[in-house]
Design a protein around this ligand. Structure first.
Ligand code: ADP
Ligand code: NI
Length: 218
């Protein structure tokens, strides 16, 4: 098992799969998640090989990326099986990929964090949904689905299942109430919680300003 060759192959594979993705899950999302994961790993520890492979492949079979009704984890799994990687490592990576998404966590009784590698990859991915980039990604995603920017006649829904969440037709501003403002309380590591603090505050300012402009208050 030559780890650096495997990483290089995985980068090439992931880049190819995510190229041109227009909903904020493109290769640059992976690069940002990777930089954040490295930062988290420095204070939290964890096996960087598992972290790298999991984050490189975490979105390749995502239902939004492949434009299918459901996620397809076989894309990542088949790729990993094609590489010279020990079976227990493949299992650890797939465990992260299959369980890390916000929507999946809605179906769990409680979102119990798993390995330190799981916690880091999930936190790094969630941090990319916050702050200025999080705002940009939300509107990019909403635009790709034909969502309204905001709809004053709608009310935010507290989704209690994955199925309900993924079929929601809420406006993008409602997505802030329905998901983005909850993320800072759903992080695993202290380092990520510190980073999330400012990003969450920035998003809340944006949200208030958006509504002030909407209702002619400024
Ligand atoms: P996960 O992959 O963890 O389940 P999501 O698929 O909910 O996460 O979201 C990934 C990205 O897409 C995030 O930046 C998120 O804010 C954005 N997104 C997801 N659903 C919506 C939506 N209904 N409106 C706007 N943005 C969304
Ligand atoms: Ni992601």
């Amino acid at each position: 098992m030559n780890k650096s060759h495997i990483i290089t192959h995985t980068e090439t594979f992931a880049k190819d799969q995510l190229q041109g993705e227009g909903t904020g899950h493109d290769w640059w999302h992976v690069e940002r998640v990777r930089a954040t994961a490295r930062l988290l790993q420095q204070s939290e520890g964890g096996d960087m090989f598992i972290i790298d492979l999991a984050l490189l492949l975490h979105d390749v079979g995502d239902r939004k990326v492949i434009n299918q009704p459901d996620d397809d984890y076989t894309i990542a799994e088949n790729f990993l099986q094609s590489q010279d990687i020990d079976e227990d490592i493949v299992v650890a990576i797939m465990d992260i990929i299959k369980n890390m998404s916000f929507s999946r966590s809605l179906d769990k009784e409680n979102d119990v964090p798993n390995s330190v590698e799981f916690q880091i990859v999930q936190d790094a991915d969630r941090l990319d949904a916050l702050g200025a980039i999080g705002i940009a990604r939300a509107f990019a995603f909403g635009g790709s689905r034909g969502s309204l920017l905001y709809a004053p006649d709608q009310t935010a829904i507290t989704h209690t299942s994955r199925d309900e969440y993924i079929h929601s037709k809420s406006s993008t501003l409602h997505h802030f109430d329905e998901k983005l403002f909850h993320l800072k309380n759903k992080l695993n590591t202290d380092t990520a919680k510190q980073i999330a603090h400012d990003r969450d505050a920035y998003m809340r300012k944006f949200y208030e300003r958006f509504l002030d402009e909407w209702y002619g208050r400024c």
